[in-house]
Structure formats: structure tokens, C-alpha cells
Design a protein. Structure first.
Lengths: 203, 203
DNA sequence: GGAACTAACTTGACAGTGTCAAGATAATCA
DNA sequence: TGATTATCTTGACACTGTCAAGTTAGTTCC
């Protein structure tokens, strides 16, 4: 007589987080184009339209995932900074290594936030965490900026190198299999970066 | 009596190209997640399933678009190289500028090929053109490699810097609006790269 | 020129998708 | 306990990629 109903999710306020978790899972399994609102809903054990309540549309979910991506990104750099030596070079190396930590432990998020997907740039969390990441870079680079040089020049130099390296590391299997044998470690690039930076200050 | 039939596309062997054109258009208008087989078909004036004949599935179309992306990429570098001075530094600057030319004149393709989308890496054209791009880099960097240094170290240094700069230039509006005023030109980064490289050879 | 053959499509169907409106239910508070 | 509100469900719609089957155009052969 008493039917066995499908188990219902408790309304404990954790659905939003569960949906983001599910989205990250999907990105990891299927790549940057593998996100699906309905599948996230199913993974979180709710009906197909439930995500629409928390995220207005799929861009809303994407933006929330990207915000988490930036958050973890900042945390990876902060963790390294907290354990770094006091010198400017140590701290520069720390954020670079944090960058690489993030890219290798969360490749799906790293690729996603730089995928060219459209996000809702008005979203508060998204703006907060993406700005945070850049401010860590800015503060770490500040002592390295030579006189009469705009700080952006050094920031973008460092950012470009580490970002480019991380992205190419991740896509090199596709582009150029022959490189896999001999792919250089980031430290070998850092050596060149240090030469450029610390020679500059003696200019 | 004689009905007016909808205009039929001539079977002139150009559909495949038209579909790729349409796909590039869509990417430009809608971003990296805006591709649609059916819409490409409509834009090319054929039925919804016609693309399936030329490209087995949507990954087939994506791969063809990416192959064109790499082709244009190589051509942009070659064009600059053809007009470059004879010195190693001139040629290095030339491929960097070619890289930037490509990123700014085809942002949709640039972002697409590095978007983390899955492509069919067994595809002949895709492999041909992506390998070509890397071989241009390799040849241009070869004279800059110091003794006792693996060539990949210099290649990846250059590649990372220019790629990172191009990608960040493209997404900076999203991440960091405050930077727009003072975004440095690539030449200012190139100055630092040159210092690192040409100091290295005197090591 | 006509028949046979093949490449290049069209048509139709199906399961999946995002999004919206409307209804149902759970939690909270008076 | 009853009313209210936040949270979710149900159902519908137009759209998507993919496949099987049918059709048409172009070519080849006699």
C-alpha cells in the first residue's frame, strides 16, 4: 500500500554547492564542452529544472564554476607564498609554483576559466576571486619593478610566461607529441625569467 | 502548376568549406560554446543533416575548424618572417608579431584551438597544420639555443611568453578591467626576453 | 543518348538539451 | 495551528546531434 517513493533530497541549503561539484566533475570527465544543467541536476539528485532556481541559466552555473576556479587558483598561490623564503626571487618562484600546482591539480578548471566561454562578469563572486588572483600577482611583482618602468610591464611579463607555460603543458599532447619526451620543467624557464628581471634592475 | 521550389545549392564541392566558414562565423558571434551543426547547415543553405555527411559528427567539424585555425596561425608567422630582417633577434620578433597578428585578427579561432575542447587528433589536416606551427617556432629558435641547453627549453620559453601574452590580452577585460588603461605592448616584453636570451648565450 | 552507378545530399525520427510557467511541498514564523 | 515564503517538481516547448532510409544530381560506360 505504502509506495516506495524515490529518495528526496533534504532542503539543507547545500544544493548550490552540490551542483557546482557536479559541474566540475562533468568538466573533468567530458572537457570544456561537456557541461549540462540536466546532468548536474541528476548527479545532485534533483529534478531537471532545479538548477534554474539557483542559477538563472547555464551561464550562471558556468560563472559559479569559474568563480570557484579562481578561488582555488588564488589559494594555490597563497599556500606557496606562505611557505616561501623572504627574498623577492623566492616569492616570485612561489606564485609561479602555485600557478603550476593549480593547473596540474585542477586542469579542468584551469582550462575552463581560460576557455573563451562567456561568463557573467557582473557576478560578485566571479569578480571578487578573479581580482584576488591578480592582486596576489601584483603584490608579489611590486618589489621587482625597476624604476621608470610601469608595474604592468613586469606583471604581464611574469603572468604571460607562467600562464603560457601552464596552458601549453596541458595541450602539448594534442599539438606536438614529439615534445613529450623532453618537455622542460618550469624551473628552467624561471631561470631565464630571473636573469631578465634581475639584470633589468641593474640597468 | 510548376511549383516554386526553394533554391537548391549546386553540388559544386564547396559545401565543406562553406560549413567551416559558417562555423568560424558562429564562433565569432557566440563564443567558443556557440557552435551548432544545424545552424551551420542553415547558414550554408543545406539541410540539417548535410554536415553529417562531410564531418561524421560535431567533433569532426570542430577539428576541421581547428585545423584551419592552425593553418592561418602558421601563415601569420610566415608572412612576418618573409618580411623580417636577417638577424636572429629580427626573426624572433617576427614570429612573435605574427603570433599577435593572428590572435588579434582571428580571436575566435585563437581561443577555440586552445579552449580545451576535444578534437580528433588523428585527423590528418589537424596534425599537419598544428605540427607546422610548431616547426616554424623550432626553426626560428634554433640559432638562439645556447650550448649545453636543450632546444626545447628556449622554444617553450618563447612559446609560453607569446602565447600567454596573447591569451591574457584577449581575456583581460573579463579578469581585470583596471588593467585596460595600461596594458603593455608586446614589444616591452620582448625587450626582457631578448635580454634573457642574449645574456644566456654569453653564459 | 540512355542506363547503371555512386556521391551528395534530404527527410524523418529519436533522445537529449536549456528555459520557462505553473503547481507542489517543505521550512519558517506568527 | 495557519499563513507565508523559499525551494523544488512537473510539464511543455523549441532547439540540439545523430542515425537510418530515401532521393537526387553527376559521372561513367555502353
Amino acid at each position: 500500500m505504502t509506495e516506495v517513493l524515490p529518495p528526496r533530497r533534504k532542503r539543507d541549503g547545500t544544493l548550490k554547492t552540490s551542483l557546482i561539484d557536479a559541474g566540475v566533475d562533468l568538466l573533468r570527465k567530458r572537457g570544456a564542452d561537456g557541461l549540462s544543467l540536466r546532468e548536474c541536476a541528476a548527479m545532485a539528485g534533483v529534478s531537471h529544472a532545479a538548477p534554474g532556481y539557483h542559477f538563472k541559466n547555464i551561464m550562471g552555473l558556468s560563472t559559479a564554476i569559474a568563480a570557484r576556479g579562481y578561488k582555488l587558483f588564488s589559494e594555490a598561490m597563497t599556500t606557496r607564498l606562505d611557505n616561501a623564503g623572504p627574498s623577492d626571487a623566492d616569492r616570485l618562484a612561489a606564485i609561479c609554483h602555485g600557478y603550476m600546482d593549480y593547473a596540474s591539480s585542477h586542469p579542468e578548471l584551469f582550462l575552463f576559466i581560460f576557455s573563451g566561454q562567456k561568463f557573467n562578469e557582473a557576478d560578485d563572486e566571479f569578480r571578487l576571486y578573479s581580482a584576488k588572483a591578480y592582486s596576489i600577482l601584483r603584490e608579489t611583482c611590486a618589489p621587482l619593478v625597476p624604476e621608470n618602468t610601469p608595474c604592468e610591464e613586469i606583471e604581464v611579463l611574469v603572468w604571460s610566461l607562467v600562464h603560457g607555460y601552464a596552458q601549453l603543458s596541458m595541450t602539448r599532447k594534442k599539438d606536438n607529441p614529439q615534445l613529450n619526451r623532453t618537455w622542460p620543467a618550469f624551473d628552467s624557464l624561471l631561470k631565464h625569467l630571473n636573469r631578465a628581471l634581475f639584470a633589468a634592475s641593474a640597468n
